[in-house]
Write a protein that binds this ligand. Structure first.
Ligand SMILES: [Zn+2]
Ligand SMILES: [Zn+2]
Ligand SMILES: [Zn+2]
Length: 298
């Protein structure tokens, strides 16, 4: 089954939780079930955002969108993790309030519903989990849009587990606070994970360089034909793409054929760093040092 269909199943399953919680909330008159239904409705929307990003990622480049929708993964991951942090902060403060002012809404009813929610969220989480593919540099390239959804669903599964175990412990041993204490711990874990995704997607959207720039320039300069390199740009628009461009100053003027051979060697070498799109401007020293007719060159 492809990633798209697995997301659609996760969305349908999560919509099912919303329906179950609203119906059982109305029947039992439990406010917390209705509140949780709203949370899960937010989950459905967040999953839809990730699905849209996933669908756009597959679109081919056009004359207008010359990169295709290469940044949709980072955009989806950024938006999803941003809202995930907000909803975790909400759960965090809500849990603290429940420790200060305990309410006795926990019932067998609640335990049953939370068990269903746990199963659905756990199944959905492992359904959509990305299997990171490996590049030649042996670095795992995780899709951050999918990861945001995975962390979210896994977190929701943990919260439901907290409600179930907290409810059971309260019913049998009359131990309170288990559910809110677990919720506080889980929300801190999910917030930490989400901040990591938010940071990575933000850096990608802002065209930050992936760290290995020194290694790459050293590799390029190891060729005896190349004197220097400047105007280097390296960006990581998606977890699977790294774009690189640079001007290389040659020690002496070479024939176009020799330059093409050199560029082809460089292309292969840079591919081993995970670079998927390369653009070089070969220059002679004369060109590099001359006064330019067009002032845009630097
Ligand atoms: Zn959620
Ligand atoms: Zn130049
Ligand atoms: Zn190209």
């Amino acid at each position: 089954m492809n990633q798209k269909n697995r997301f659609i199943i996760a969305i349908i399953l999560n919509s099912l939780i919303v329906v179950i919680e609203i119906i059982s909330g109305l029947i039992s008159g439990s406010v917390s079930l209705i509140t949780d239904a709203f949370h899960n409705f937010g989950d459905v929307l967040a999953l839809i955002i990730s699905l849209i990003a996933l669908l756009y990622r597959e679109k081919k480049a056009t004359l207008k969108m010359t990169y295709g929708y290469i940044r949709s993964e980072m955009m989806g991951g950024f938006v999803h993790s941003f809202f995930l942090i907000l909803s975790m902060l909400f759960i965090f403060t809500e849990s603290i309030q429940r420790i200060i002012k305990p309410s006795t809404v926990n019932s067998i009813y609640m335990i049953v519903i939370a068990s269903i929610a746990f199963l659905i969220n756990a199944i959905s989480a492992f359904l959509i989990k990305d299997k990171p593919h490996l590049h030649k540099d042996k670095e795992a390239h995780e899709d951050l849009n999918i990861k945001a959804s995975f962390v979210h669903l896994l977190g929701d599964a943990l919260f439901s587990l907290g409600v179930v175990s907290g409810g059971i412990l309260m019913l049998i041993f009359n131990i309170q606070y288990i559910d809110p204490i677990l919720s506080i711990i889980f929300s801190i874990i999910i917030i930490a994970e989400s901040i990591d995704i938010l940071k990575k997607t933000f850096l990608s959207l802002m065209d930050a360089a992936p760290e290995q720039l020194n290694k790459i320039t050293n590799q390029i300069l190891s060729h005896s034909e190349i004197k220097s390199i400047h105007d280097i740009h390296i960006i990581k628009p998606s977890s699977k793409d790294i774009h690189f461009s640079a001007h290389i100053v040659l020690k002496k003027a070479l024939s176009l054929e020799k330059i093409e051979n050199l560029l082809e060697v460089l292309r292969c070498e840079l591919a081993s760093f995970g670079i998927t799109h390369i653009l070089f401007q070969p220059e002679t020293e004369k060109y590099h040092n001359s006064e330019y007719l067009c002032q845009s060159h630097n």
